[in-house]
Design a protein around this ligand. Structure first.
Ligand code: PLP
Length: 437
């Protein structure tokens, strides 16, 4: 082979610590507020739904948090994940740019989500919790938590956005296979779900509604805690194994990225890839650009407002300082289920506010055009969410061609699309619509 295109690390290279960008932000992150008093939320406010050990991680200012040995052992089932150079895509684009991607689709659930599901189940088991309640959109998080709970002997109950429950049967079946109970949300299992259904019996659901149901279930059921698959600081923290491994792999490749790109729904896979690079920019003066990409139809970072807002529809969570489209925003039923959230991780929002990252958005058909080009050149079928990142990568590669300059582009291929083929069918049949059509 003329040039190496795959960069793999031995199991010992799995990071021993997660990286916390809160230690390096030039201005501190605004705290969550109690919605009644608008004072910073107390630890007791959070204890109703999270165990102490995860609350500690949510608020820590330590730069590094040690990864428990038991978690690292489970990580070895799919980590370290490979870094690939997309030489065939480069050739198809006729670009002097070098394009690299980190592939998180090799996990059992097919995405980056188990990177946080496993430690969350671990810390809950350590805290004596017997049952975890959560929500899921397209099913990636629900499936990941179902698997993780099974590995630690915890019961798992998932409120799944109804439209996905009906249209995406395979992830629901994965959750059943991993032993979870799955309710379509809005459901009859909670007061809030019953209220929403009484007002609108055909309500197709949203992540905001499903979060409200999972929190209600948590506070009303003994020995139960709540788990969130994105948005929160401790979730972003867990995902930093992605960027830390990638830094080692880019060194193996002998290159440094000029731009790092990831898709952003709640922000966790983007944070996981980007935060270790932002930390280097801040501490070592490297000047790598970071770009978060979202759907034009759910444009939280590009068109949302930075303000305190609720994380859920029923207004049960603390207020979070974040870019938001409003907690009653009903996202259109685009195919990237994982990117249909009204808010954005406070840490990613803060990075945007401080000018440490950029944001871009694209309409759905351009996303699938990019996804199909990637599948036809690199083989892997991407999930619709990271196809947003691929669209932005192609634009960067085209700019490099026009400028006639080499540019090193890195992106996070955070999941495969083998359970999203019906979305590909819609695109390939020519019936996919963009926002406003
Ligand atoms: C859940 C999911 C997302 C969106 O969540 P983030 O927290 O923004 O990462 C993106 N891609 C895939 C494959 C997902 O499963």
């Amino acid at each position: 082979m003329s040039q190496p295109i795959k960069f793999t690390l031995p199991a010992e290279a799995i990071p021993e610590r997660w990286y916390n960008l809160n230690a390096d932000f030039p201005e501190p992150l605004p705290p969550p507020l109690h919605p009644g008093t608008r004072e910073p939320a107390s630890l007791d406010d959070m204890r109703a739904i999270f165990p102490d050990n995860l609350i500690e991680q949510e608020v820590t200012q330590e730069r590094y948090v040690e990864i428990p040995e038991e978690v690292r052992e489970i990580y070895t089932l799919w980590r370290p994940t490979p870094l690939m150079r997309a030489v065939r895509l480069e050739r198809a684009l006729n670009t002097p740019a070098h394009i690299y991607y980190k592939y998180e689709g090799v996990s059992p659930a097919g995405s980056h989500k188990p990177n946080s599901a496993v430690p969350q189940a671990y810390y809950n088991r350590e805290a004596g919790v017997k049952r975890l309640a959560t929500e899921t959109g397209a099913g990636q998080w629900g499936a990941s938590l179902a698997m993780a709970c099974q590995l630690f002997g915890i019961e798992c109950v998932v409120y799944m956005v109804r439209i996905s429950f009906n249209q995406k049967p395979y992830r629901k079946l994965l959750m059943h296979t991993w032993g979870a109970t799955v309710h379509p949300s809005p459901s009859l299992a909670t007061d809030f779900g019953r209220k929403v259904l009484a007002d609108d019996p055909d309500c197709s659901g949203s992540l905001g509604i499903a979060i409200s149901e999972a929190i209600e279930d948590t506070v009303k059921t003994p020995n139960t805690k709540y788990a969130l698959g994105s948005v929160l600081n401790h979730v972003c923290l867990h995902q930093t194994v992605i960027g830390q491994e990638t830094i080692q792999q880019m060194e193996m490749a002998g290159e440094a990225p000029d731009v790092v790109i990831g898709c952003a729904g709640g922000g966790s896979n983007f944070a996981g890839m980007a935060f270790p690079f932002i930390g280097r920019n801040l501490r070592e003066g490297t000047r790598c650009r970071l770009v978060a990409v979202e759907p034009a139809s759910c444009p939280t970072l590009t068109k949302g407002e930075l303000r305190y807002d609720f994380g859920d529809t029923a207004e049960t969570t603390p207020l979070l300082m974040m870019y938001s489209l409003g907690h009653d925003f009903m996202p259109p039923s685009i195919h990237s289920g994982g990117l249909r959230y009204h808010g954005m991780s406070p840490m990613v929002s803060h990075a945007k506010k401080l000018g440490l990252i950029e944001a871009a958005s694209y309409p759905q058909r351009q996303i699938f055009e990019a996804a199909v080009l990637f599948a036809r050149t690199e083989g892997l079928v991407p999930a619709p969410e990271p196809a947003h990142a691929i669209r932005a990568v192609i634009e960067e590669a085209e700019k490099a061609r026009e400028a006639g300059e080499k540019r090193v582009i890195l992106f996070n291929l955070c999941g495969h699309g083998m359970l999203d083929l019906s979305a590909y069918e819609t695109y390939l049949s020519g019936t996919m619509k963009d926002e406003g059509e």
